[in-house]
Design a protein around this ligand. Structure first.
Ligand code: SAM
Length: 288
């Protein structure tokens, strides 16, 4: 039984990090004309009304996207991300927020495809309706990690794969590691983006060690904590691990994170951009 609903958290500081990095990865893939597929294993509802009961109950977006919305001079790197958010809204009022599917849908070209899976019955129905009749998007009500096995390698031979579980069950961490290792084994050429929360620092670092132990090369870890670590009392930070990140995503993240920290945490948070499994100089030239 799934109880997590992303509507409570849409547009929070963790979404801002995830979606801004996602927009940079999409921009990098678009540098080549060849089509790619975007695979979203845990898609959510696609987009969210910030005036909904869900979003109003937590108000998390006020500490996230709402702070960027009013920025007079946003970082140029955020251009695509913020344009996609603005495109969901009319006028100057922030009322809607694109989830990962809708953000990507707004950024891809006619030759690209989206493959989305979502297990929650209500969110799946909303997602299915959103893309009904859209021949660039397929939506499935199935386990996203299992779906990966079926979708890889993709016919396009180019893919960005977002793995963004809700981690409702502790066993999901191990399941993600296994699915990722199997997916990489099937298709080593993809760009994989894995989201993780920082709730309990020891648990986060254990998860990172499991990822390193897969032996998958080129693992770039990008993390932003808006508050100091606690022992499991809520999410104080979040991160993404990219496997085969697009060229220069590390440099872009080094520019993005301090800026985000200034806007979202008044410069008092902590951030990191590390190759937890390094890339080699030789491989940087021929990626993607
Ligand atoms: N990726 C979305 C975004 O950035 O807008 C947010 C996704 S939310 C963190 C995680 C979603 O995964 C929830 O909507 C949940 O219902 C769904 N979910 C949970 N377990 C799943 C599974 N095994 N397969 C597919 N979806 C799942």
């Amino acid at each position: 039984m799934l109880s997590y609903r992303h509507g409570f958290h849409a547009g929070n500081f963790a979404d801002v990090l995830k979606h801004s990095l996602l927009s940079l990865a999409i921009a990098a893939l678009k540098q080549k004309v060849k089509p790619f597929v975007y695979i979203d294993t845990h898609a959510g509802a696609g987009k969210y009304a910030l005036k909904s009961e869900f979003a109003q109950k937590t108000g998390e977006y006020r500490e996230g996207i709402a702070r960027l919305w009013d920025e007079k001079q946003p970082l140029p790197l955020l251009r695509d991300y913020l344009a996609a958010v603005r495109a969901e809204n009319t006028g100057n009022r922030l009322a809607r927020y694109p989830g990962s599917p809708q953000l990507v849908r707004r950024l891809v070209r006619s030759q690209d495809r989206l493959s989305l899976s979502e297990l929650h019955t209500s969110d799946f129905q909303v997602l299915q309706q959103l893309y009904a009749g859209d021949n660039q998007v397929t939506v499935a009500k199935e386990d996203g990690l299992r779906m990966l096995g079926k979708k890889l390698p993709p016919i396009q031979k180019r893919a960005l794969i977002l793995i963004d579980p809700s981690y409702e069950l502790k066993s999901e961490y191990q399941a993600v590691v296994q699915a990722l290792a199997a997916a990489y084994h099937r298709f080593a050429g993809g760009v994989y983006a894995l989201w993780y929360p920082v709730i309990d620092r020891d648990a986060t670092e254990r998860f990172m060690r499991l990822l390193v132990a897969t032996g998958i090369p080129k693992q770039l870890r990008i993390e932003h904590c808006v508050a100091a670590d606690t022992a499991g009392r809520g999410m104080t930070g979040a991160g993404m691990v990219f496997f085969n990140p697009p060229w220069q995503l590390d440099r872009q993240a080094e520019e993005l994170l301090p800026w985000l920290d200034g806007v979202l945490a008044a410069g008092r948070g902590q951030w990191r951009v590390d190759w937890q499994v390094p890339e080699t100089v030789a491989s940087a030239a021929d990626r993607n």
